[in-house]
Design a binder for this molecule. Structure first.
Ligand SMILES: Cc1cc2nc3c(=O)[nH]c(=O)nc-3n(C[C@H](O)[C@H](O)[C@H](O)COP(=O)(O)OP(=O)(O)OC[C@H]3O[C@@H](n4cnc5c(N)ncnc54)[C@H](O)[C@@H]3O)c2cc1C
Length: 534
């Protein structure tokens, strides 16, 4: 009898399971920090479905710190400066009622980078290429993780090559499941999920059509087109541009049990468009709408991130962007712990900070579907035109979502924030530096943007000539082995808008602490922000 050869044994610090955008982003974060890391991805080739296209300005900041923002922009299919945003129409794209809600450019000044739009597979290609330049990352494409176990001493993963002929065992200090909504890592770690099943099937079609582009010329140039129709109960017919000539993706609610054999997708698209168009289909697929969230993002040495931790309908372009923030949040904390200056509190703070963000995001999406459904049930121009027009006007002027969506970690155990606050997406964008909030990008007296000076570890920004507290921070950081960069500014610059003389910035560009003078216990403050036991 032929015996299977002994599996190869690989030892590393972090094993990342799943090389979608979130796993790739995490591997880049760890690789840049010099942390040995193995990335296992089941697929050798990238999918060609153009989902996950809208990347927020915040996500572009991640690409800036991953040293590949220029490469990402070069990969975009849309011409430079093409307006990214949406049109909302009633009944169909040919309907009388429509408006262009404010897009994410409304908050653009609060971020160092501009938002972009490109198919997810191109984003993944940029990240795969970035990983090739990182010596401490070993990417294994075509390998699937099949068994994951962990105990106090470490974690162990068994992986099979796509042919099934080769097997390897990876021993790591930590495992991160970035393996998507049906996460094997989550399941084997025994992490339960809870959420809402909408009992709603969706179709996703990718097609080419020049007539669709021609029919949209009455609108200002935009990238997405959302149709609200009374029959859809708050779900959308949704068209997204892939390029500016003829390639589109479309998703729509369809009856339970719809398949390519029994659904006339072309008819659904024509109904949503409101005019006849020829479509050359490249892909038609289906999925079931759910909001799901893991009860915890960590169990012992196992973490989950991205769709493995949370998934929701693609309404509002939150999935990939939220996942990339997970990767950055977890990445710097794992690196800090593995480098020896991060304490156990850092790893615990990952669930504490990131889970509430998704809970509220998922709730906002669910509430939005219900709100649209109520609007469509209540107002109808065929029943009462003037009442509908009044309500449509309120809907149009009431859209403020991008301005009020400001994920923050006030209340986190590793942030020196106001008492009684909690991590939330509800905030407001401001240039004032606030503990727990994203730092706005000020131009310093040197003429450089603060984002060009921030370290990938902690940075103390001193907007004052008084250097006394800086010395205290430097000494305390050295004693605790916390890497700290100091950036000084005369205050004769837009950094004055921070409203504080001293700002301690985390490796993920969130503010940990602000003060007008030296903290009473500098070492205690650094203990806390590094998650070390006090
Ligand atoms: C129609 C549509 C439109 C969307 N639009 C947007 C948008 O505009 N903006 C936005 O932010 N989000 C959007 N999303 C959501 C976004 O696509 C997802 O949130 C994103 O793909 C999540 O990335 P991920 O890396 O967590 O998971 P995935 O992309 O699912 O990647 C998981 C990876 O893990 C691999 N894998 C799984 N199991 C294993 C295993 N056992 N071993 C090894 N590898 C494994 C898989 O092959 C896969 O490559 C959209 C989604 C859809 C469906």
């Amino acid at each position: 009898m032929e015996t299977m050869p002994e599996p190869e044994l690989i030892r590393t610090s972090v094993a990342v399971v799943g090389g979608g955008p979130v796993g790739l982003g995490l591997a880049v974060t760890l690789g840049q920090a010099g942390i040995p890391c193995v990335l296992l991805e089941r697929c050798r080739d990238l999918s060609t479905i153009p989902k996950g296209q809208n990347l927020t300005a915040r996500s572009l900041e991640h690409f800036y710190f991953w040293d590949c923002a220029d490469e990402l922009r070069a990969a975009c299919l849309l011409p430079k400066g093409y307006p990214i945003g949406g049109i909302t129409a009633y009944e169909s794209l040919a309907g009388q009622y429509w408006y262009a809600p404010p897009g994410r450019e409304a908050v653009g000044d609060f971020y160092f980078q501009r938002h972009e739009r490109l198919p997810q597979y191109l984003t993944e290609a940029v990240l795969r290429s970035r990983i090739r330049a990182l010596d401490s990352v070993a990417a294994m494409y075509g390998w699937s993780a099949t068994e994951i176990s962990h105990d106090d001493d470490g974690a162990r993963i068994t992986a099979l090559a796509d042919s099934g002929a080769a097997r390897c065992v990876i021993e790591a200090e930590y495992v991160v499941g970035c393996d998507g909504a049906h996460s094997t890592v989550r399941e084997q770690a025994g992490i339960a999920c809870s959420g809402a099943d909408f009992d709603q099937r969706m179709v996703l079609a990718v097609f080419r059509s020049r007539e669709l582009q021609a029919g949209l010329e009455r609108f200002p140039a935009r990238t997405t087109y959302r149709v609200l129709h009374p029959d859809l109960k708050g779900y959308w017919w949704f068209f997204g541009r892939v390029d500016t000539t003829d390639t589109w993706f479309f998703h729509a609610p369809v009856p339970k049990g719809a398949t390519t054999a029994n659904l006339d997708t072309h008819a659904v698209i024509e109904r949503a468009a409101g005019f006849p168009i020829a479509c050359d289909f490249q892909h038609i697929g289906f999925w079931d709408l759910r909001v799901d969230i893991a009860d915890t993002y960590r169990r012992g040495r196992v973490f989950i991130a991205g769709d493995a931790a949370h998934s929701h309908p693609p309404y509002g372009a939150f999935g990939l962007n939220t996942g990339l923030e997970d990767a950055v949040n977890l990445g710097w904390k794992l690196a800090a712990v593995l480098h020896g200056w991060g304490g156990p509190g850092l790893l615990d703070s990952y669930t504490e900070e990131r889970r509430p963000i998704f809970v509220e995001t998922g709730q906002a999406i669910t509430d939005g579907i219900a709100r649209d459904g109520d609007f469509l049930a209540r107002y109808n121009p065929r029943r009462d035109r003037s009442e509908f027009e009044w309500a449509w006007g309120c809907l149009t002027s009431g859209e403020t979502a991008p301005a009020s969506y400001e994920p923050h970690y006030e209340g986190s155990s590793i942030v020196w924030g106001p008492a009684g606050s909690t991590c939330s997406v509800r905030g407001h964008h401001t240039f004032e530096a606030q503990p727990g909030h994203h730092l706005a990008p000020a131009v310093l007296s040197s003429g450089r943007n603060i984002f060009e000076r921030l370290a990938r570890t902690y940075t103390l920004v001193a907007v004052t000539e008084d250097r006394g507290p800086v010395t205290a921070f430097r000494q305390a950081a050295r004693a605790l082995r916390i890497p700290l960069r100091v950036v000084t500014d005369t205050g004769d610059s837009s950094a004055a808008a921070y409203g504080s003389r001293y700002i301690l910035v985390r490796p993920d560009q969130y503010v940990a602490w602000t003060g007008r003078q030296r903290p009473t216990d500098t070492a205690g403050l650094l203990h806390r922000v590094a998650g070390q036991p006090s």
